[in-house]
Design a protein around this ligand. Structure first.
Ligand code: RUG
Length: 824
């Protein structure tokens, strides 16, 4: 790590805040409202960043290291202010300076809207990766879209999710810088005219009669922890080509100008709120091509400006990592730029492209696979489609040469088949690396989902188990624990999380155990306060905080959790003296706006909460809380307070999960299936320090291959389960409409529209889940052993730092060189 050169003067900082407030709002700081105070402070923090930011890019221009462009439709950054203060290593100093001005840092941080340019794990992973890249001093850009509206805000009204637009830019974003000097035109539609240029003997392709937009980048600083590196997250806004003058346009141009204005407005309007689900909307493909084209054009131009205009060694200095298939048009766009704009022949362009592009797969869920109808794809991107067709033609030739006469192989691997462009196939065929995001996931890709590709090109495949940044999810989220750790082992863990293992000696130390659990308790009190303020519910900080926070999806099985709570409630009602440790079941989840059964599940959780929380006869033995508007900023409070981490997806379905790692780091016990990275968590902490249940991924896959199982058998034979299921349709939790949860009931018991009954094996895993929950109850009673277990979870979280993940990407895939920055 390079020494940080920021000299910080409290007095100067205070002066800056005060003068920012004056020049921005014509107000003294004590007259400003909270938002104005936040802006004034944020601009003062930006001033601390700016020299490093300049120096970083000067260093990159001078030393010309290889750069990774992390291409992602989503960057779920959360709030920037606190994180920036932390990574500048000036959090406490700034906090004190603000106190001297009579200002409370927590209140100020709370004014910042989350930058919610992502849905869930995939977008948050991108954000963690940027943090690690800067901290490890690797040259990197994040490339994405400056959505006007990010992930919607969730309000719960009468138990239902209501989506409210997230106008996150309404007060302005103090950290961003508009870079109009790097704008690019991006073309859509029209047709391709081709002709032979006799002079050069080359075929020339020209897109005509197109509509276009101007992509304008905004840069956000990504600060390395305790060093001088400030990389950029570059997000693209769209502006119309002509801000037009009505009178000067003839009719045709007028129409075109209107269309282009609308195109620009629509393209960056809103983030699609789907997680793990492909909706196939034309506007989504436009968004993809928009930011990919602008980012690739810029990367190539930058490279050329540093290499005498010669693109032929591009791959030596540039690599594009595709975060899922969403940016896969980058393959064809790079080919287009190399051939049509730089005059390269196909073979040369292909050689460069296939050394430059790499692909990360994040899911095996069939519904998430992107397949664009040829009609739509070729209409919107006519030149790109031509290139994809040629890529496909050549690839099919290769398949045929390798597997003569085997049409099945062509059917399974072709990039274009059945009238569709298959984006994953394009990414694998062109990428020099294909990685999964956890060991189990990569194994499933190799053995099942992408078996044919793996057999044909095994050298491309590799695993990179996901990770999270400890700077946000421990140092910022859990200051009490962070300070305790630093007191014991120093602050090396902030950039080397494996050092937490030094704390393992303390699991046998009574005093340390007590301290650890007191911190947990304080964090539970903090969350209880948040719940009281936001939900109006009193929760008992001495109860077990059992938490499931993540996107709402059937495969993540929030339904299993709530059905078990309904069962437990029945048990307590039947046996009022039942001896159980009081438990607070906490949920937080957004459902995609059009995902009916997911929204019904939210309503079910809220209705069950209403009944249970208002039943005084159970003496508060269990409570249920649904936290509204789960997002990065409240996640930080939630993880720190959890005792039990619910990671209960149907085995094989969760590619990795990253919430599981955040809980673990903060000292929670995993209650989970052997899925995604849970497998590796259990490997790290040992089987005794997690509670595992349910079908294995092999068993799930076997059932699926055999056409499922019969949930009716369970319904008929298990009275407890039957009772719970009947409560879905007898009005117990929906007096106003007993039919309210009929779809959920049907999804568990009936085959419908070609979908197997209980697709996600909820009833099959129910008993084993209920047993696992009993084990949690038993284990929590043994205070000493529980403390040991959760401490081991925290101290063994080192492997799951995104620093480790990024180090692996950088050395094994991207071949980057660390490039420390000096500030003059
Ligand atoms: O569902 C996966 C998570 O398991 C994973 O941890 C995360 C980051 O790798 O990505 C999630 N994901 C996958 N989000 N969208 C997709 C498919 O586009």
């Amino acid at each position: 790590m390079t020494d940080t050169a920021v000299s910080f003067s409290k007095e100067e900082f205070k002066k800056k805040v005060v003068s920012n407030c004056k020049s921005l709002y014509r107000k003294n700081i004590d007259e400003a409202d909270k938002q104005q105070v936040f802006q004034s402070v944020a601009y003062a923090v930006k001033d601390l960043i700016i020299d490093k930011w300049i120096a970083t890019h000067k260093t990159y221009d001078k030393e010309d290291p290889k750069v990774v462009y992390y291409m992602s439709m989503e960057f779920l950054m959360g709030r920037a202010l606190g994180n920036n203060m932390i990574n500048l290593t000036k959090y406490n100093e700034i906090k004190e300076a603000l106190e001297e001005l009579g200002l409370d840092i927590n209140v100020i941080e709370d004014q910042e809207p989350d930058a919610a340019l992502g849905n869930g794990g995939l977008g948050r992973l991108a954000a963690c990766f940027l943090d690690s890249l800067a901290t490890l001093e690797y040259p990197a850009y994040g490339c994405g879209i400056r959505y006007k509206y990010g992930m919607f805000k969730q309000e719960i009204k009468d138990g239902y999710q209501v989506e409210v637009p997230d106008n996150w830019l309404k007060d302005g974003n103090p950290f961003e810088i508009k870079r109009s000097e790097y704008k690019y035109e991006v073309k859509f539609g029209g047709y391709v005219r081709s002709y032979r240029d006799e002079a050069s003997g080359r075929d020339i392709f020209v897109q005509e009669d197109y509509r276009s937009v101007i992509a304008v980048p905004y840069d956000l600083p990504v600060i390395g922890y305790g060093n001088n590196t400030v990389n950029s997250l570059r997000i693209w806004d769209a502006e119309p080509v002509n801000t037009f003058n009505l009178s000067s346009f003839d009719k045709g141009d007028y129409q075109k100008a209107i269309e282009e204005e609308n195109l620009a407005k629509n393209i960056v309007e809103v983030l699609y709120p789907n997680d793990n689900h492909y909706a196939g909307k034309e506007l989504r493909l436009k968004q993809q091509y928009f930011f990919v084209s602008a980012s690739v054009q810029r990367a190539v131009d930058r490279y050329k400006s540093m290499h005498n205009g010669d693109v032929r060694k591009l791959y030596e200095k540039v690599t594009f990592q595709l975060n899922d298939t969403h940016p896969t048009v980058a393959v064809a766009e790079l080919m287009r730029i190399l051939m049509d704009e730089n005059g390269l022949e196909w073979d040369e362009a292909w050689d460069i492209t296939t050394k430059t592009v790499a692909y990360t797969n994040h899911t095996i869920m069939a519904e998430a696979l992107e397949k664009w109808p040829i009609e739509l794809f070729s209409r919107l991107l006519p030149r790109i489609y031509q290139i994809v067709e040629e890529i496909n033609r050549r690839f099919v030739e290769e398949i045929k040469a390798k597997y003569p006469g085997d049409q099945e192989k062509v059917r399974k691997m072709a990039v274009i088949y059945d009238g569709q462009v298959k984006m994953a196939h394009l990414a694998i065929c062109a990428g020099y690396s294909v990685n999964g995001v956890a060991k189990l996931h990569t194994e499933i890709l190799e053995k099942q989902e992408l078996k044919d590709f793996y057999e044909m090109m095994p050298e491309k495949f590799n695993n990179k188990t996901n990770g999270i940044t400890q700077r946000r999810f421990l140092l910022h989220a859990n200051p009490l624990l962070a300070d305790w750790i630093t007191d014991k082992i120093g602050d090396g863990w902030i950039t080397d999380l494996k050092q937490l293992e030094k704390l393992l000696v303390y699991v046998n130390d009574e005093k340390a155990r007590q301290e650890f659990m007191q911190i947990k308790h304080k964090n539970k009190v903090r969350l209880a306060k948040y719940i009281k303020e936001h939900n109006g519910i009193d929760v008992n900080p001495d109860s077990i905080f059992d938490v499931q926070v993540k996107r709402l999806h059937e495969y993540k099985r929030q339904l299993l959790n709530i059905l078990h709570i309904m069962y437990l409630y029945n048990e307590i009602k039947k046996n009022p003296d039942m001896d159980i440790v009081p438990r607070t079941f906490i949920f937080g989840a957004k459902a995609a706006a059009g995902y009916k059964i997911a929204k019904q599940t939210i309503k079910l959780i809220n209705n069950v909460a209403e009944v249970i929380n208002n039943d005084e006869s159970i003496n508060g033995k269990i409570k249920v809380v649904f936290i509204e508007n789960y997002r990065v900023s409240n996640a930080e409070i939630i993880f720190a307070a959890a005792d039990v981490s619910e990671q209960i997806s149907t085995a094989s379905k969760e590619a990795s999960g990253t919430g599981n790692m955040k809980f673990m780091l903060n000292g929670a016990m995993t209650l989970g299936t052997m899925d995604g990275a849970n497998v590796e968590i259990v490997q790290e902490v040992g089987a005794d320090n997690a509670v595992i249940f349910g079908l294995s991924s092999d068993e799930v896959i076997r059932y699926e291959n055999e056409g499922g199982y019969d949930p009716m058998e369970i319904f008929n034979n298990d009275q407890d389960i039957r009772e719970v299921l009947m409560e879905l349709i007898n009005g117990k939790y929906s007096k106003e409409d007993p039919e309210m949860f009929r779809d959920i009931y049907n999804s568990l018991l009936n085959t419908q529209e070609g979908r197997r009954a209980d697709t996600y094996f909820i009833l099959k895993d129910f008993c084993s889940y209920a047993d696992a929950q009993k084990k949690i109850d038993e284990r929590y009673r043994d205070e000493k052993s529980w403390a040991k277990t959760v401490m081991i979870n925290s101290f063994k979280a080192g492997k799951f730092s995104s620093d480790r993940t990024i180090e692996e990407y950088a050395t094994e895939i991207w071949k980057l060189t660390k490039t420390p920055v000096k500030v003059q």
